[in-house]
Design a protein around this ligand. Sequence first.
Ligand code: GTP
Ligand code: IMP
Ligand code: MG
Length: 337
Amino acid sequence: MTVTIIVGGFWGDEGKGKIISYIAYSENPAIIARSGVGTNAGHTVVFEGKKYGLRMIPSGFTSKKSRLLIGAGVLVDPDIFLKEIEETGCKDRIAIDYQAGVIESQHKEIDQKDKHFSKKIGSTGTGCGPANQDRAKRTLRLAKEFPQLEPYLTDVSTEINEAIEAGKNVVLEGTQGTMLSLFHGTYPFVTSKDVSAPQICSDVGIGPTKVDEVIIVFKAFMTRVGEGPMPGTLSEEEMEKRGWVEHGTVTGRARRSAPIDFDVARKAVRLNGATQIALTKLDIIFPEVAGAKSADKLSKESLEFISEIEKETGVPVTFVGTGPEAEALIDLREEKL
Ligand code: GTP
Ligand code: IMP
Ligand code: MG
């Protein structure tokens, strides 16, 4: 029995969706539960030849045998939730907590029109910040008040705790990244709540002693979208030259990029109590490893890069991403480097 958290180590968009989709289809855990802020997140999953940009549904939908849950701490946008259920075909195995907060049209309007949210912070405009503002004020309406969500309601905390007590495997997926945490990130250029591993437990309603593994996802270079600082940010020209150009899954905005800063990585490891590292986009830095699925395909240079990350953080790299598809991955838990 294992309870595993998957958390972003930088400013979001580290490739959590891809790592979760791999773990889900290869291990079929009993439950995969989504935590985090809400529809501001966009997890990209490329699976069986199709690309998904998931803002509500857990990326673990790739396992047909897993129960998919959305915790009480997550903000739900009913239209997006229902649309993604259709896209992913997971109607019969998904549920939301009764007490999840709901994003309504006024939240989106404020997020898009208010200068503080849209310009100063560079929010995603998805209504998450204003909805969490209402939650703190205790005026936000909850999922249990919306008839269209009624068929999907459950007590997520009870379901997960009962699965843990029955010795089943549970995966908790984080969204955003540690440096966007309201408490520990680059305030005020952060999201509207904490997003680190302790908050992931709270979002779905389990105690910290239940967690066995915390997999922190680091991309082979750092990226950031929206306003706020990132150490070592490259010029646009340099980003182009290195091929580190990305665009947001939710907003389409260009992401800024920088080489990995080990002070940031070590801080993220500590804040999350990380036990393993999943390193994505190794193929962008080392094109010779593109599509590799076993450690013997890794080049000397890429192995040195992995060793440096392990040495600097004190945490083993257990997964390496070598392409956008769920299966373009090296699972180092079984293969010793
Ligand atoms: P948030 O929850 O919004 O923080 O997103 P996320 O962590 O799930 O990441 P997102 O999907 O927004 O961005 C990651 C991007 O990298 C996507 O375009 C993925 O398809 C891509 N990607 C992930 N892993 C790899 C990899 O190993 N190689 C390559 N080439 N692309 C990858
Ligand atoms: P908000 O969460 O929409 O209020 O946006 C606050 C800040 O967090 C902005 O800089 C966003 O770009 C950033 N942000 C929020 N969610 C994500 C995410 O999932 N990936 C990357 N950046 C995000
Ligand atoms: Mg994203």
